[in-house]
Ligand binder design. Structure first.
Ligand code: SF4
Length: 486
C-alpha cells in the first residue's frame, strides 16, 4: 500500500495548497497502485486548514477515501470525539489517531492533549467498521523509551487498532525488530513504514534533533553530507536510491505498506514506486536486500553506517519464534533508584491506608471528605488541601480524577501533554520531547519492571479527565465519580 502525503497549509496561505491537493488527488484516483491521499493534522500550526475539509476535497477529487491523521493536540476528549464524528459523518472512515507532537506556538494557557489510546477506543466504539490506525515508534534506543513504545503498542492492539504506522527513521534493524516483536507476540496487526527522504536541509534539522522523536545518527548524517558534497544530482540519486531501498526492505520485512513523509507530489511518488519496483526485481530476497543496503551505506573507512546512537539498545539479537512471547521479553538492566522505590512504597502505603475500599482509613477519609464537600467553603478547603499536599509530592494539578495509582504513583499531569497511557513518540534517548525533564513514563516503567508488573502497563487503559478539572479528586473518588479504568 502506498499513500501520498498532503500536509494542510496554514489557513492564511490561501487556496494554493488546496489546488495542488485537488490535482494530486485526481491523479491518485486514476492510479491503482496508490491507496489514497494521506492528510496531516495540525502539523504546521494549530491554525492549519481543517483536516476533515481537506479529506472531503481529496475524497471528491480521487474517489478514494483518504487517510486522515487526527491529532489530540489541543483537543479535549469531547473535541477529539467531535472531529472523529464529523469525519465519519462525511464517509471519511480511514483515520490515523495520534496524540500529536509538542506545540511550539507561544500561548498563555497550558495545552492539553487527547491521548491516542483513548481516541482509538472512542473511534472503534463510535464506528466499529472504520479503519483505524495507530502510531508506533520503534526507533528508540534506551531501555525505558523502547519498552514503553512496545507496551503502549500492546494497548492499542488490545483495543482493536486495525494497523500501525511507524514514525520515520532509517534504522532498518529497528523496523525488523518491530516486525519480529509483532510476530513473536502473535499480533496480526499489519504494519506500515513511514519513510522520509531527507534533503540536506532536513538532514541538518533532524541530526540536530529539531524534529521531535526522529533520530539521525552521526554516521548517517556524515554519509548524507558526503553525498551532498558530490553535487546536487549525485545527492539526489543517493537520496532516491535510499528511499527505494527502504521501500523494498520494508516489503521484505513483511510491512503491508509505506507512507512517505515529504513526498507530496504524485509524480515524485510514482518515481519512488518505479524505482522500488525495479530494485525489488534485482533484490528478490531479504539477504540480497541487506547486502545492497549495507553497500549503499559503506563509509570511506570501510565500515557501514551505524544507524544507532552509541550504546543503542535492541530488543533482540536473533529472531524470536513467531508466537513465542506472551509479554515483553526481559532485556536491558535498568532498575529504579532507591529514592524511586522509597517514594513508591510511601505513596502505596498512604493509598492503601486512606483510599483502598473497605479499609478503616478509607471509611474515615470518606466521612471527612463527604462532610467537607457539602458546603462551598468545605469544598474550597478540601481542594486547597489536596493541591498543597499533592502538588509538592507529585506535581498534582487538581484534575479531579487521580490516576497516580495506575502510573505507579507518577502524576500524568507532570507530562507536558498530560499522557497517562504511555509516552508519545517524542522521547529522545529517554529525555522528554520538551527537553526539560526525563520522560515521566520512564520511572513508571522502572518501577513496574522491578515489581514484576509490566503486564499492567500493557492492559490498563486509563480514561481521560473529563469535566472534573479544578475539583477535588478525593471528593470525586469517595462519591464514586471516577471514570472506569479498564
Ligand atoms: S513526558 Fe514523555 S510522554 Fe510526556 S511529552 Fe514528554 S516525552 Fe512525551
Amino acid at each position: 500500500m502506498y499513500t501520498l502525503e498532503y500536509v494542510p497549509d496554514l489557513i492564511e496561505s490561501g487556496p494554493a495548497g488546496v489546488t495542488e491537493l485537488k490535482r494530486n488527488s485526481e491523479l491518485v484516483g486514476r492510479d491503482p497502485r496508490i491507496g489514497g491521499i494521506n492528510i496531516g493534522d495540525r502539523v504546521k500550526s494549530l491554525d492549519s486548514l481543517d483536516t476533515v475539509t481537506c479529506g472531503r476535497i481529496a475524497a471528491d477529487a480521487s474517489g478514494k477515501v483518504p487517510l486522515l491523521h487526527l491529532a489530540g493536540k489541543n483537543r479535549t476528549p469531547d473535541q477529539a470525539r467531535a472531529v472523529i464524528a464529523r469525519a465519519l459523518s462525511q464517509g471519511l472512515e480511514n483515520m490515523l489517531l495520534l496524540t500529536g507532537d509538542g506545540i511550539t506556538e507561544k500561548r498563555a494557557e497550558r495545552f492539553r492533549y487527547q491521548e491516542s489510546v483513548n481516541a482509538i477506543r472512542d473511534a472503534k466504539q463510535m464506528a466499529p467498521a472504520s479503519l483505524v490506525a495507530g502510531a508506533i515508534s520503534p526507533f528508540k534506543y534506551r531501555e525505558e523509551e523502547l519498552a514503553n513504545q512496545y507496551l503502549k503498542m500492546a494497548k492499542k492492539v488490545s483495543i482493536g487498532v486495525d494497523y500501525l504506522i511507524t514514525n520515520c527513521g532509517w534504522d532498518m534493524r529497528k523496523l525488523e525488530e518491530l516486525a519480529w516483536y509483532r510476530d513473536a507476540r502473535g499480533f496480526q496487526t499489519p504494519l506500515v513504514a513511514n519513510l522520509l527522504m531527507p534533503t540536506m536541509g532536513w538532514a541538518r534539522g533532524i541530526h540536530s534533533r529539531r524534529l521531535p522523536g526522529v533520530f539521525m545518527s552521526d554516521d548517517l548524517f556524515n554519509k548524507i553530507c558526503e553525498e551532498h558534497a558530490q553535487g546536487k544530482a549525485e545527492a539526489k540519486r543517493w537520496a532516491w536510491n535510499r528511499l527505494a531501498l527502504q521501500i523494498v526492505g520494508a516489503q521484505h520485512l513483511g510491512y503491508a505498506g509505506v507512507h512517505m513523509s515529504g513526498v507530496d507530489r504524485y509524480e515524485d511518488l510514482c518515481t519512488a514506486i518505479e524505482m522500488a519496483d525495479n530494485l525489488a526485481r534485482e533484490l528478490p530476497s531479504l539477504e540480497a536486500w541487506k547486502e545492497a543496503w549495507n553497500e549503499a551505506h559503506r563509509l570511506p573507512d570501510g565500515r557501514t553506517v551505524d544507524f544507532a546512537p552509541p550504546r543503542g539498545l535492541y530488543l533482540f539479537d536473533t529472531k524470536p519464534a513467531p508466537g513465542s512471547l506472551n509479554h515483553l521479553p526481559a532485556f536491558g538492566d535498568v532498575k529504579p533508584s532507591e529514592a524511586e522505590l522509597a517514594k513508591y512504597a510511601r505513596m502505596k502505603t498512604l493509598h492503601d491506608v486512606a483510599f483502598e475500599e473497605g479499609t478503616l482509613g478509607a471509611s474515615v477519609m470518606s466521612l471527612a471528605v463527604r462532610a467537607l464537600d457539602k458546603t462551598a467553603i468545605g469544598r474550597s478547603a478540601l481542594l486547597q488541601l489536596e493541591k498543597t499536599t499533592k502538588h509538592a509530592a507529585l506535581g498534582c494539578e487538581t484534575c479531579g480524577f487521580c490516576r497516580i495509582e495506575y502510573l505507579f504513583y507518577n502524576c500524568p499531569e507532570t507530562c507536558p501533554k498530560g499522557l497517562a497511557n504511555g509516552p508519545c513518540a517524542g522521547t529522545d534517548e529517554n529525555t522528554c520531547e520538551f527537553k526539560d525533564r526525563e520522560c515521566i513514563h520512564n520511572r513508571k516503567y522502572r518501577l513496574a519492571k522491578s515489581l514484576g508488573r509490566l503486564d499492567e502497563l500493557e492492559r490498563t487503559i486509563v480514561p481521560p479527565v473529563e469535566g472534573t478539572r479544578g475539583t477535588s479528586s478525593w471528593a470525586n473518588h469517595f462519591k464514586g465519580k471516577d471514570p472506569k479504568v479498564g
